[in-house]
Write a new protein. Structure first.
Lengths: 296, 314
């Protein structure tokens, strides 16, 4: 009985709701796309137009509230917060973006190999991935950065390697599904080369998953880079790192909240924007699919 | 069931063994010269040679590893390089504090995540579902330190309900610590509520579509009874796994939250050890964190096997 009532209601409202749903989904994706584009433009062109040098100190003008001269105010060294946030956006895109790209490329390779050939290689790789996932991600990153020392490149490497297991598993599961399909069997019977089968038959079917996965990795790379920066293990000062700027500004929060607010808000807005885009990508590219992955 | 338990134990043991090799290799071999790293770049040749001798750093990798691993299992974790205090009791006291925080985090996000997930599934595609899905998507991706910095001004500066700083005495009892645990726990939980809610929503929607739920409704059972007896019992099974899969993320989140709020847990100890190049302490903290994650996975596996008899025979 309950079911009948419910489905009647659904029927009556379905058109209205589907339109409203469509708008909402589109709206979120559009908002996300707008945010990401804005930040990307800021990262590319912003540093050319910033009013001050991001590292220029001016002790006389420390902790000044936002004004016409310094629109985001100044920090405890008298540095212009706006210039630092803008230049910092470039670092976020380069570091988190390269990290995510590294994870996607290596994960794609390992997933293809592991899924297609299977056997011992697959067993060893999967066990290795399992072991990597047995170490909490942030802990693994901290340990490696402690040992290697934090630099631009070591942060990229750490973030990249950290997300390889997740990407590999996604790619592998898609390959396992695709390789039993008739068109792959047909290609094998035609005597196509392994390269052809992998790249022309299987890869196109992996790509939508990879695109969604890549966008999600970017979200979590920003998350991770910001967290590492906050802990003082990110890109080293004086290079402006949003996470580190937040931790530097904390002691001055009660007197100068703007120093903390702008980098923190930038992280929040960018991360949310990218995850909206990622969600939109999932709806468009993989309709009906619900990933059980935490990072989905 | 016994065979299932033994198999899970065996697999966890292998994973922990391999993870310990990775941790040891990263901390002791990746830096190149550990003695240099510990003593800093201005150390004398003699001091470096002494430290190498004292810690047996001239021995081959596998000897050093076995020595370290056996001592770890025996509970003989050595002394901290910074304050020369034995590491084991120090780490255990911090572990207890982190466990208290973890308990509060779980008490917040598991019931809330399940409730929101079921609500979203029942109101599928309607306003509550849209709101829950959107809001949880925002919080899942927000780093813990950013959400903490939203919570602190609101709950402690503006409303004045909860303390902004949780740097309590490390030996405080749970009751004493509780007011200081709530705000950091909320910050960590926000990251996971959305995840649990999304997975519970998906699980519930799947179960709502099954024939036995349909049959239960057609039998004329009240909605509430169908929901609790038929739907939730099956929909919540995957949630156990979800919570375990999220444990790694939660440990990372707690680590950041402990630093933000100054709470004396394992995470703050680890960061302190790193800032002071205290290698034995770093290794001990890391191994304890890995052990906790593996145990969480083991408990989830066993619980899942216990709740779902089908899995045991496989």
């Amino acid at each position: 009985m309950a079911i009948c009532i419910q489905s009647n209601q659904e029927y009556r409202h379905s058109k209205l709701f589907s339109i409203w749903r469509g708008i909402r989904r589109n709206t979120l994706t559009v908002i996300g796309f707008f945010i990401v584009t804005l930040f990307l433009l800021m990262a590319i062109f912003g540093p050319l137009f910033v009013p001050y040098d991001y590292a220029e100190q001016n002790i006389e003008k420390r902790l000044q509230p936002p004004s016409a001269e310094h629109i985001f105010g100044t920090d405890e060294f008298g540095r212009d917060v706006f210039s630092r946030v803008v230049v910092g956006s470039r670092n976020v895109f380069i570091v988190a973006g390269s990290g995510a790209a590294l994870a996607v490329l290596l994960g794609l390779f390992l997933g293809l190999v592991s899924g297609y050939w299977g056997g011992l290689l697959d067993d060893v790789l999967m066990r290795l991935m399992e072991v990597m996932m047995a170490i909490p991600g942030l802990l693994l990153a901290m340990l490696v950065l402690f040992s290697l020392g934090s630099s631009f490149y070591s942060v990229i490497l750490v973030v990249g390697f950290m997300y390889i297991p997740v990407v590999t598993r996604v790619v592998r599961s898609v390959v396992l599904d695709i390789k039993t399909r008739a068109f792959v069997e047909a290609a094998k019977l035609r005597g196509e080369s392994i390269g052809y089968i992998l790249f022309r038959e299987i890869l196109p079917n992996v790509l939508p998953h990879l695109a969604v996965e890549g966008s999600m990795r970017f979200v979590y790379a920003i998350f991770m880079v910001a967290s590492l920066g906050f802990l003082g293990l990110g890109v080293q000062p004086p290079a402006p790192d949003w996470g580190f700027m937040v931790s530097e500004a904390r002691p001055f929060f009660s007197v100068a909240p703007w120093v903390l607010f702008f980098p923190a808000a930038s992280i929040a807005i960018l991360v949310v924007g990218v995850s909206f885009v990622s969600d939109g990508l999932r709806r468009i590219l993989l309709p009906g699919g619900v990933s059980s992955d935490r990072y989905a | 069931m016994l065979a299932y338990i033994l198999r899970r134990f065996g697999s966890i043991f292998v994973i922990m063994f391999l993870a310990s090799i990775i941790i040891f290799a990263i901390t002791q071999f990746l830096p190149g010269d550990v003695a240099q790293l510990v003593l800093g770049q201005f150390a004398t040749e003699e001091a470096i040679a002494n430290l190498r001798e004292e810690y047996g750093l001239n021995r081959p990798f596998y000897v050093q590893y076995l020595d370290w691993a056996l001592n770890f299992i025996k509970g003989d974790w050595g002394d901290s390089l910074v304050n020369r205090m034995p590491i084991f009791p120090m780490v255990m006291s911090r572990l207890r504090n982190s466990a208290m925080l973890a308990l509060v985090v779980l008490m917040i996000y598991v019931p809330l995540g399940i409730f929101l997930g079921v609500l979203a599934a029942l109101k599928r595609d309607k306003l509550p579902d849209q709101m829950i899905t959107t809001v949880s998507m925002v919080f899942v991706a927000l780093p813990v330190f950013v959400s903490s910095l939203l919570l602190i001004p609101l709950f402690s500066h503006y409303l004045g309900w909860l303390p902004a700083n949780s740097s309590i005495h490390p030996d405080s009892s749970f009751g004493e610590a509780l007011p200081f645990l709530i705000l950091p726990a909320i910050a960590v939980a926000l990251n996971s509520i959305g995840y649990v809610a999304r997975m519970t929503r998906a699980g519930t929607i799947d179960v709502l579509r099954t024939d036995y739920v349909r049959a239960a409704y057609l039998k004329g059972l009240p909605r509430r009874q169908v929901l609790f007896r038929h739907v939730l019992r099956n929909a919540l099974l995957p949630t156990v796994t979800i919570v375990a899969m999220d444990a790694g993320m939660m440990i990372g989140g707690m680590l950041v939250a402990e630093v933000v709020f100054g709470y004396p847990g394992l995470g703050r100890l680890l960061l302190y050890a790193m800032q002071n190049q205290d290698l034995p302490l770093i290794q001990a903290c890391s191994m304890v964190a890995v052990t906790m994650l593996c145990l969480a996975n083991l408990v989830a596996d066993l619980l899942y096997g216990f709740l779902n008899p089908r899995i045991r025979v496989k």
